[in-house]
Design a protein around this ligand. Structure first.
Ligand SMILES: NC(=O)c1ccc[n+]([C@@H]2O[C@H](COP(=O)([O-])OP(=O)(O)OC[C@H]3O[C@@H](n4cnc5c(N)ncnc54)[C@H](O)[C@@H]3O)[C@@H](O)[C@H]2O)c1
Length: 345
């Protein structure tokens, strides 16, 4: 299998394969770009069908981290690790420690963190064999409230840019997913006087939001067609696609979910319909910003101030898109690339 010839290979600096016979660990660590700083990105444990699927995932995810860090003004590069295996069956302390040794062997060029199939406790086990791990118990804690602040600021920026309104009072928002980020976002939006329409597959969370925020509840499939100003996807990826786009009545899309556009063409489709799309990796960088500040001098106010800058970053993205006549997703990529490709760091 060729790495250099892979569709998702994008000038990645390093791709490391590791195998540990004793624990059965098979993992790949990809470092996309370290021009702005060491490559930070989570480790994902997933029962990939085959090696190719794992490599495709790690190449894509590590590249995404470079863009997210650059646009969030963080002195970090992009990296990611994948462990091939079922986290429910194959994850053992020995395997995690073996993974930690792999990370340690790269001497800090890659810093690992929690991702799918991993927990905060697992990070503590990995810490036994490497210093290069963040998101430890007692560290910066759950990043979701900061991610929610970033989404809230993104909605404010997009509503200002598209509707020329500085307040969210009376703005109608359809929110998909009332999990860690979505529920915290509801609180912020409700506090600003926005009107909420919500959905989740967990009916308990929906009932809670209805009671607490006087939200209107709709079935999961009905969220796309709501007559609202903003659609905030905070559950799954790829919910913006050829099937949902014709249903949208919103004028703004801004939410925390990763990889919201199913394909790049969907970004073009939205801009043709004059729906303002706030690119996902700009909007949801609050969690990464929070983790970046982890350490003995951690200060919630400093993190909050940094996360709130997402508001102005998004305005820059919208202006660039208009100036060049390109989708906002492309404008965000250009701004990120200007930073990590031209940096002298
Ligand atoms: N937590 C963070 O700090 C963070 C940071 C960056 C990106 N994100 C992304 O934001 C999204 C939400 O993250 P989270 O931490 O809140 O996750 P979560 O698992 O706590 O919440 C997701 C919610 O979506 C609901 N859901 C799942 N399928 C659904 C469907 N078909 N329709 C409606 N609701 C559905 C789930 O029941 C759950 O309540 C994810 O895509 C995640 O990758 C999160």
């Amino acid at each position: 299998m060729s790495i250099f010839g892979a569709v998702d290979f994008d000038d990645h600096e390093q791709v490391h394969y590791f195998y540990d016979k004793e624990t059965g660990l098979k993992c790949v660590i990809a470092i996309h770009n370290t021009k702005l700083g060491p490559a930070l990105g989570g480790v994902r444990m997933w029962p990939y069908e085959d090696e190719q699927e794992a490599v495709t995932d790690v190449l894509r995810l590590s590249r995404g981290m470079t863009y997210k860090a650059a646009i969030a003004h963080l002195p970090l590069g992009g990296g990611k690790a994948v462990i091939i295996g079922d986290s429910h069956k194959d994850k053992t302390p020995e395997l995690l420690k073996a993974f930690g040794r792999c990370v340690e062997s790269i001497h800090g060029l890659y810093i690992t963190a929690e991702d799918v199939g991993m927990s905060v406790e697992d990070m503590a086990t990995i810490h036994d064999t490497t210093l290069f791990v963040v998101g430890l118990p007692g560290g910066s804690g759950d990043p979701s409230p900061f991610t929610a602040i970033g989404v809230y600021q993104s909605i404010r920026a997009a509503v200002y840019h598209r509707l020329q309104k500085r307040e969210l009072k009376g703005i109608k928002i359809a929110l998909q997913g009332l999990g860690h980020v979505g529920y915290a976002l509801c609180e912020l939006l409700w506090g600003s006087g926005a009107e909420l329409i919500v959905t989740d597959i967990d009916r308990g969370l929906v009932e809670k939001a209805v009671n607490e925020f006087r939200a209107k509840a709709v079935a999961p499939d009905a969220i796309y067609e709501q007559d609202v100003d903003v659609y905030a996807p905070c559950a799954l990826g790829a919910t913006i696609n050829e099937k949902t786009i014709p249903l949208f009545k919103c004028t703004v899309i801004a939410g925390s979910a990763n990889n919201q556009l199913k394909t790049a063409k969907d970004g073009e489709r939205l801009s043709k319909l004059n729906i303002l799309y706030a690119p996902d990796y700009v909007v949801n960088a609050g969690g990464l910003i929070d983790v970046f500040y982890e350490g003995p001098n951690y200060n919630e106010q400093i993190v909050t101030r940094h996360v709130e800058r997402i508001h102005d970053t998004l305005l820059d993205v919208f202006h660039k898109a208009e100036k060049l006549g390109i989708p906002t997703s492309e404008a965000a990529d250009l701004i990120a690339e200007e930073r990590f490709k031209t940096s002298k760091a």
